[in-house]
Design a protein around this ligand. Structure first.
Ligand code: GTP
Ligand code: MG
Length: 149
């Protein structure tokens, strides 16, 4: 089964939006296989955002992401990477549709509440960056036959 890395950023944790994130992914039918509250250090974030190192906003992104605890999660399910991105909404919350997490809970790009992997390949990379293998739980959901035909 496909997996994705979803992280509630420090603003989403401080503002109490994380239960809503867990609720939406769970009720959609995705299975939670990893979860922890953690603070990200700079070296992890430099690896996580390696593609953005040259951007003018990179330093403010680093201070944003180290400003408080992050809720790191891993979800499993059919097409979960792409579906997860759709549930998050556009990067800039001003362009995020209502009904998406950013469209419902954010205004500024630098306070956009949540991260989601943008490809299956990056999901694998991010999951191994944020989680040790033994922190991921393999189990059978008893609901699977109610969710999948
Ligand atoms: P993530 O799910 O967080 O990775 O967002 P994304 O994939 O939609 O966007 P991207 O990976 O390009 O950028 C990562 C994060 O950097 C965004 O979520 C924003 O928080 C921040 N960011 C991206 N572009 C800008 C920008 O132009 N200005 C500012 N201030 N922040 C930006
Ligand atoms: Mg991204």
């Amino acid at each position: 089964q496909e997996r994705t890395f979803i992280a509630v950023k420090p603003d989403g944790v401080q503002r109490g939006i994380f239960p809503e994130v867990l609720k939406r992914f769970t009720q959609r039918g995705f299975k939670l296989v990893g979860i922890k509250l953690c603070t990200a250090n700079e070296s992890l974030l430099r690896k996580h955002y390696v593609d953005l190192q040259e951007k003018p906003f990179f330093n403010s992104l680093l201070s944003y992401m180290t400003s408080g605890p992050i809720l790191a999660t891993v979800w499993e399910g059919k097409d979960v990477v792409k579906q997860g991105r759709a549930m998050l909404g556009a990067t800039n919350p001003l362009n995020s549709a209502p009904g998406t997490i950013r469209g419902d809970f954010a205004i500024d790009m630098g306070r956009n509440v949540i991260h989601g992997s943008d490809s299956v390949e990056n999901a694998k990379k991010e999951i191994s960056l944020w989680f040790k293998p033994e922190e991921l739980v393999d189990y059978k959901s008893t609901l699977a036959s109610w969710i999948y035909e």
